[in-house]
Design a protein around this ligand. Structure first.
Ligand code: ZN
Length: 348
């Protein structure tokens, strides 16, 4: 909802209003997932893999989302592996131009009995780094910018700790066992989320990769809907659920969880998605990564931003963590297009 007479807001106020579907001075530009690029790493001398493991470097790189590309949020958790590393997964940290990954072919758990959250889960260097980084960002930018943390949902942790195939096979063969494993893994989601809230996070992204191409909407209802609703009750900040791929078959269920926002993929059209959620939750995202932000130019970015704003999408940003080779001018095109769209409307 945009009312032109609203007084100018800080970036933080704008994002928090967007998450509550309250009036905003202009549509917030929000990144629930990473906008780090190699170019930005060079600019502030904070490179992968160190920027995933050192809190000062992590904060420095994350802040460029606000200082260099003009987004309204800062989201420092670039990867999806911080807590999996703390759970004991075997890691591949890679180099500056590649994402760190979990070696899922060497899973650490085989059965539900194996699922144990270690006592040092929050003091492990790779989770502690995120908590420390959020404290730094909160102190430096917390009055002006929305600081968004990230805690992985249990479905994603299942892929990392059991391996994708074994975990999906278990979900087919033994729903009871799968539910029990998810119940145990969700403790990691809650603990890490609470620690980031205490460190100063204004909101949390919860990626849970029950993605359109691997898992059906019916699976979402069976395994995750109630658990995501429980996160809303247990984690006392606005939550942004992130699931990649085509997800219109589960968007109604997602809206019923009471989650603040859904971070949606460009495989879902803005208008069809808005029609499903019916103002029960906010939508954020939708600018295509591989084709538009990575491979096209600012004009194509502007067209997608406008399609989202025309549909009434509450907050605009990339659909998922952007490719590390994305050009900065394509990222700055997002806030520029939002401002142009609003000034065009005012002058009419
Ligand atoms: Zn994604």
């Amino acid at each position: 909802m945009v009312k032109e007479q609203i007084k100018p807001m800080t970036s933080r106020e704008r994002v928090l209003a967007g998450l509550r579907r309250e009036p905003v001075d202009r549509t917030p530009v929000c990144n629930p997932t990473s906008v780090a690029t190699v170019e930005l790493m060079d600019l502030v001398d904070a490179h992968f893999p160190e920027a995933n493991r050192n809190p000062e470097m992590m904060a420095r790189l994350a802040a460029t989302g606000y200082t260099e590309i003009g987004f309204d949020s800062i989201m420092p958790v670039f990867s999806i592996i911080q807590e999996s590393s703390a759970l004991g997964c075997k890691m591949q940290w890679e180099q500056k131009d590649n994402w760190p990954t979990v070696r899922m072919r060497e899973p650490i758990w085989r059965d539900v009995e194996d699922v144990v959250i270690p006592n040092d889960f929050l003091t492990h260097p790779d989770t502690a780094c995120v908590i420390e980084c959020i404290k730094i960002l909160k102190k430096e930018y917390g009055d002006d910018v929305a600081i968004i943390g990230k805690t992985m949902g249990p479905w994603t942790l299942g892929y990392h700790c059991f391996g994708v195939e074994p975990f999906l096979l278990m979900s087919l063969d033994d729903p009871g066992k799968t539910k029990l494993a998810l119940e145990r893994m969700k403790e990691a989601t809650i603990q890490f989320g609470m620690a980031q809230i205490e460190a100063g996070a204004d909101a949390l992204t919860v990626p849970d990769h029950a993605t359109g191409d691997l898992v059906s909407g019916e699976y979402y209802d069976r395994y995750l809907k109630d658990m995501h609703a429980e996160f809303v009750d247990l984690l006392p900040v606005p939550l942004i659920l992130h699931i990649c791929g085509r997800t219109v078959d589960r968007m109604n269920s997602i809206a019923e969880t009471g989650i603040a926002a859904f971070h949606f993929d460009s495989k879902n059209k803005p208008q069809e998605s808005m029609d499903i959620i019916e103002d029960r939750i906010s939508l954020v995202g939708n600018i295509n990564n591989p084709e538009t932000l990575y491979a096209k130019g600012p004009d194509a970015v502007r067209d997608e931003v406008c399609a989202n704003l025309d549909a009434g999408v509450h907050m605009v940003g990339p659909e998922c963590a952007i490719p590390l080779q994305t050009a900065i001018e394509n990222l700055t095109a997002i806030p520029n297009a939002v401002k142009e769209w609003h000034s065009r409307r005012e002058s009419h």
